[in-house]
Design a protein around this ligand. Structure first.
Ligand code: SP5
Ligand code: ZN
Length: 342
């Protein structure tokens, strides 16, 4: 399997985030992607290719224009106020407080276009976001051209980004853009299978009313875990999308036995949809030693995830999402991919 990867992710570095009452160094570290690409090379998964530059025309079909126009301007707006460090929001639109008009000032705009203080922006952030988007579309092109599978080693990740908002370390929803690109290039139906520990709230929001992209999420119960507010089992899609959104919330402490039963059920539902291609939002933060997560998957479980997905026997694009036990994420992400290859 080929991997697509760009060193331009390295410019998104030293950002801080707000967690548990403190401003802390971002968990979403540059070393994450470097560990994964190093492990891909160590195990000999296949060639590692650079992305081709793509325009944002497909991204414009899943994101709002005003949001995509805002993202590249954040750092300049921030520094224009004499600031340095990390651009972060601190105030948000709230139920009962209107919230439909984008403010003029950067602090208002950051809140308007986000749902948390997890998406810090530094000087190199936009370039990294764009390279991550290009990685996803380049890898999608490999699958479209006939490769059985490809790995988009995206950083920053994407699945928390919605049509008009960032959050959870995600800015452009790489998996959603790839799914849209498959639709625009001959796929009648696309399934997104999101195995990241956290609910892919952005992906769900983007496709919630659509029948042409099935969205399946396996994740920590939003009653207990971030991103809260979305990801309950009764969210099944709306309008034309009714029945095409599936959530498998699981409680803190979930281990392979329970998690894999959800995956088996999800795979049955995926096959029943008869997609032409599968996009896997590949987070490995389900790992027992992940520093921000509370599931109990072991390193030996990750190849089994890949093997189960391979049994779908469908063209498959893996898109990197979360995973924070830095040294182990390379082994676990590569484990899924080598397990897929059999
Ligand atoms: C892509 C992805 O996996 N995003 C996850 C964003 C999670 N942000 C919230 C982190 C909350 C961590 N709380 C526990 C801190 C333990 N020290
Ligand atoms: Zn996650």
């Amino acid at each position: 399997m080929k991997t697509v990867f760009s060193p331009r992710h390295l410019g998104h570095a030293d950002q801080v985030e707000l967690v548990a009452g403190a401003i802390v160094p971002g968990f979403e570290l540059p070393s994450r992607a470097e560990y994964v690409v190093d492990r891909i090379k160590t195990v000999g998964l296949g060639p590692v290719l650079p992305p081709a530059v793509h325009d944002l025309s497909t991204a414009h079909k899943v994101h709002r224009k005003d949001y995509l126009d805002f993202l590249p301007t954040i750092w300049d707006r921030w520094t224009a106020e004499g600031r340095s460090g990390t651009a972060l929001p601190f105030t948000w639109p709230t139920r009962g407080l209107r919230g439909d008009a984008p403010p003029e000032f950067i602090d208002g705009l950051l809140g308007y276009y986000s749902f948390d203080a997890g998406c810090g922006v530094v000087e190199g952030t936009w370039d990294a976001i764009k390279s991550s988007h290009d990685v996803a579309l380049t890898a999608a092109g490999l699958v479209q051209a006939g490769d059985r599978a490809a790995f988009a080693l995206c950083r920053p990740p994407g699945h928390h980004a919605g049509a008009g908002f960032m959050g959870g370390y995600c800015y452009i929803n790489n998996a959603a853009v790839a799914a849209q690109w498959f639709r625009d290039n001959g796929a009648r139906r696309v399934s997104i299978l999101d195995v990241d520990y956290h609910h892919g709230n952005g992906t769900q929001e983007i496709f919630y009313s659509r029948a042409d992209v099935q969205v399946i999420n396996l994740h920590a119960d939003p009653m207990q875990e971030y991103p809260y507010f979305l990801g309950h089992a009764d969210e099944r899609g709306a309008g034309a999308g009714e029945g095409y959104n599936l959530n498998y919330p699981m409680r803190f402490g979930t281990s392979w036995e329970t998690w894999s039963a959800s995956l088996d059920d999800a795979c049955d539902r995926l096959l029943a949809y008869q997609p032409d291609v599968v996009v896997v939002s590949l987070g490995v933060d389900t790992f027992e030693k992940d520093p921000i997560s509370k599931f109990k998957l072991k390193t030996e479980d990750f190849p089994k995830i890949g093997a189960r997905i391979a049994r779908l026997d469908l063209p498959t694009l893996f898109v990197m999402e979360g995973g924070y036990a830095v040294a182990e994420i390379g082994v676990n992400a590569a484990g899924v991919l080598t397990g897929f290859e059999g």
